[in-house]
Design a protein around this ligand. Structure first.
Ligand code: NDP
Length: 234
């Protein structure tokens, strides 16, 4: 299809699977991450920390200069820094909020202007089911991901008349570096998944691919949970 697609946090995990899927479809994928690592076949790779809004603006400008207006923006970069709220430091709180929420806003702001001018585009945030189910030890992460929903739904209304859609994919428990060190808590969470298995990055990439496709052209402001039923509760 050869669309200009930007994926943040494309160096590994869910972001790498998303980038790979667009590459396989023939799109020109620009991969952003701190390390600058990216799946083979990306059209361009830029090392950028999404917490730095000037660096984000510069990276997006470079990408647009090379490939034209952004057609699909997948805002996926994220971190966790868990701890019970009573013992959570200011740094732990800010670390997660600044990457997962501030960084997401900086990326969306930088990428959406070219979409609005071109009168087409799709912005997809990678959220989480955390704010919907509540996860002890993840007050910072759940707050950031809840913030993404408000951000996405407000942006959706701001750009709807320009045929730009804005949606959130909320994964459940997915097998990546982020969940590797959960230890026993992982087994406990697994037992809460009605489908009885942990998700794979490709399970999320498929949903993102759908939202970026013409089949989803009338969907905006939506939050799609891809979680094997985890958020259904008991
Ligand atoms: P990983 O830890 O495997 O990968 C995180 C990615 O984000 C890496 O590419 C990393 O790149 C990038 N990144 C982190 N901080 C920054 C930053 N400041 N600037 C630029 N890039 C950054 O995580 P996952 O693949 O598991 O998670 C991807 C997204 O999915 C996140 O938003 C996460 O919250 C969300 N999610 C994950 C779930 C899971 O179970 N795994 C469940 C629900 C949501 P590098 O290190 O190279 O900078």
């Amino acid at each position: 299809m050869s669309r200009h697609v930007i994926v943040t946090g494309a160096s590994r995990g869910i972001g790498a699977a998303i980038a790979q899927q667009f590459i396989d479809e023939g799109d020109r994928v620009v991969a952003l991450s701190r390390s600058g690592v990216a799946p083979e076949g990306c059209a361009m790779t830029i090392a950028v920390d999404v917490v730095d809004s000037n660096a984000v603006n510069a990276a997006v400008k470079t990408s647009i200069g090379e490939f034209g207006p952004v057609e699909v923006a997948v805002i996926n970069a994220g971190v966790t820094n868990d701890g019970l709220a009573m013992r959570m430091s200011d740094e732990q709180w800010r670390d997660v909020l600044s990457t997962d929420l501030d960084g997401a806003f900086y990326c969306a702001r930088a990428m959406m202007a070219s979409m609005v001018r071109a009168r087409k585009g799709s912005i997809i945030f990678i959220g989480s089911v955390s704010p919907f189910i509540g996860v002890p030890g993840q007050a910072n992460y759940a707050a950031a991901k809840a913030g993404l929903v408000g951000l996405a739904r407000s942006l959706a209304k701001e750009v709807a008349t320009r045929s730009v859609t804005v949606n959130v994919v909320a994964p459940g428990l997915i097998e990546t570096d982020m969940t590797n060190d959960l230890g026993g808590a992982k087994d406990q969470m697994m037992s809460l998944i009605p489908m009885g298995r942990i998700g794979q990055p490709s399970d999320i990439a498929g949903v993102v691919g759908f939202l970026a496709s013409n089949h989803a052209r009338y969907i905006t402001g939506a939050v799609l949970c891809a979680d094997g039923g985890l958020s259904l509760g008991h």
